[in-house]
Design a protein around this ligand. Structure first.
Ligand code: BGC
Length: 521
């Protein structure tokens, strides 16, 4: 896994990371659901792109209420995804192909099916009584505070056995763990050791800003005076200004967690910890800085380019400057334009930048080149290399995402970017699965861009991206330093320099001609 030109930097400081959503990558046993063996069978395709690492979203034991982000056992694999033998085969092959393997760990909450919660909910004095946030009702029986869940409704649910409420930032079936309890933190460290021992090269740590332990006193959030209610999730959360709730970002227990997991990571060779951090406007950057102080996480996953409605060119410039100003000279951040939680960049940026459908592939390639040219690592989401767009016509009775179902029909949720990968146009279900039915419908429109068909087409985005990634590896300015000059350019241009001791590279992204150019100066 050596890379001559990046010898001074750690692998993760310049990594291109390919995100796999396991449920939708490749089904190997005809049940209509992707699995680990399926991913293994497609690793040559991923390695052929020239990316450095693969990040696989959760495949742990889980009732799949939030498709794996509700973990019932962090050290077991959900049978529909395979076995440990399948996982070991996957990681061995990834390493043999020169790919690092990252997995998701979800430290802030687990599933209500986890034995920790099953025990905790039984009584107020069992050994795990304190592993979650249990709070007495108000005298009138109502919830302790007015805090809201990200997925709609209250952040509190009632437990009749304890006659108390428990806290959840997401679904009621995703209770928040109490990280003020050292035993919880230690249990999470055991999880980290378990997977490091199995050979994983790093973790994407889910929603670390929602870890909480020190939320008492439990106080109501103040009413937001400037707020009008509407049908979308974002029109409802701001009922209240989120001053006191569980997603409050500066709780000491959060950083105790980052420090503990870094200590664990440092007992292994060259492992990477990337925390998913969100927050309002300026907050996210400040919080990312806090998370990546010495002795904490290596990097955070930056949300600035993931804006749900897409960004104008000016919006992209601001988002990039905002993050780069805080992190220039370091690899402590990872950029992404798409993931399993937001509409695909090919869809939202096309609309936002008023680019015609005919130019959609050129736009996708430009966006990929842009994000990969920035400092730090980049996460690209499965299908971006094919310029896949979202699916906007999933009928309500086929919807799977609990967040989407809650807010339908005003809000389409996240199924639109989670439909199965297609591999060969001529195969049933585009080669994703031989099942009669797949967990989400296979998108007809994706068949024209089936992955293996695109590998054979010299002009495809897959091949052009692979060519770009190969070229980038030979550029000292991209690989030997994480230094960027200020951003400039006209209203439809983004221009900056990447600078290393050996080279200064002027990078220009033109959103009129939809071309990127790089010039050594
Ligand atoms: C994950 C989502 C998930 C949420 C709750 C996020 O940040 O990416 O898919 O629903 O955390 O775990």
């Amino acid at each position: 896994m050596s890379n001559d030109v990046s010898k001074d930097l750690k692998w993760w400081e310049t990594a291109t990371i390919y995100q796999v959503y396991p449920r939708s990558y490749q089904d190997s046993n005809d049940d209509g659901i992707g699995d680990l063996k399926g991913i293994t069978s497609r690793l040559e395709y991923i390695a052929g792109l020239g990316v450095d690492a693969v990040w696989i979203s959760p495949f742990f034991k889980s009732p799949q209420k939030d498709f794996g982000y509700d973990v019932a056992d962090y050290c077991d694999i959900n049978p529909e995804y395979g076995t440990f033998a399948d996982f070991d085969a996957l990681i061995a092959k990834a390493h043999a192909l020169g790919l690092r393997l990252m997995i998701d760990i979800v430290p802030a909450h687990c599933s209500d099916q986890h034995v920790w919660f099953q025990e905790s909910r039984q009584s107020r004095d069992n050994p795990k009584a304190d592993w979650f946030h249990w709070v007495d009702p108000k005298p009138d029986g109502s919830a302790p505070t007015n805090w809201l869940s990200f997925f709609g409704g209250r952040a509190w649910s009632w437990e009749p056995r304890r006659q108390q409420y428990y806290l959840h930032n997401f679904l009621p079936s995703q209770p928040n763990l109490n990280h003020a309890n050292e035993a919880v933190r230690e249990a999470m460290m055991d999880v980290a050791r378990f997977w490091f021992d199995r050979g994983v090269d790093g973790f994407r740590l889910d929603a670390v800003h929602t870890i909480n332990g020190d939320c008492a006193p439990f106080e109501d959030n103040p009413v937001n005076p400037d707020f009008e209610v509407g049908p979308l999730p974002q029109d409802q959360q701001p009922f209240f200004r989120q001053l006191h709730d569980a997603a409050q970002l500066n709780q000491p227990s959060i950083q105790k967690f980052s420090e503990a997991i870094r200590q664990v990571a440092d007992t292994y060779d060259d492992r990477f910890l990337m925390g998913e951090v969100d927050g309002d406007n300026d907050d996210a950057v400040k919080v990312s800085q806090t998370f990546t102080q010495a002795g904490r996480l290596h990097a955070t996953y930056n949300f600035d380019l993931l804006e749900w409605d897409g960004l104008t060119v000016d919006g992209m410039k601001q988002a990039i400057s905002h993050a780069v100003d805080a992190f220039n000279g370091t690899g402590r951040l990872s950029f992404a334009f798409s993931n399993h939680d937001v509409p695909r960049s090919a869809t939202r940026q096309l609309a936002r930048l008023s680019v015609s459908e005919a130019d959609q592939q050129a736009l996708q390639l430009l966006l990929l080149k842009l994000e990969i040219s920035l400092i730090g690592s980049t996460c690209i989401y499965q299908g971006e290399e094919l310029a896949l767009q979202d699916i906007d016509d999933i009928p309500l009775d086929r919807m799977q995402d609990p967040w989407g179902i809650e807010f339908a029909p005003a809000f389409a949720g996240r199924d639109t970017c989670r439909t199965p990968m297609v591999w060969e146009k001529a195969q049933p279900n585009g080669g994703f699965s031989n099942a009669n039915d797949t967990w989400l419908p296979v998108a007809e429109r994706h068949l024209e861009r089936a992955a293996l068909d695109e590998v054979k087409r010299p002009e495809s985005i897959y091949n052009k991206l692979a060519e770009f990634l190969r070229w980038r590896k030979s550029q000292p300015a991209m690989m030997q330093a994480n230094q960027m000059g200020p951003i400039s350019g006209g209203p439809r241009e983004i221009i900056f320099e990447r600078i290393s001791e050996a080279q200064t590279l002027r990078c220009c992204f033109d959103f009129d001609t939809l071309t990127a150019s790089f010039e050594e100066i």
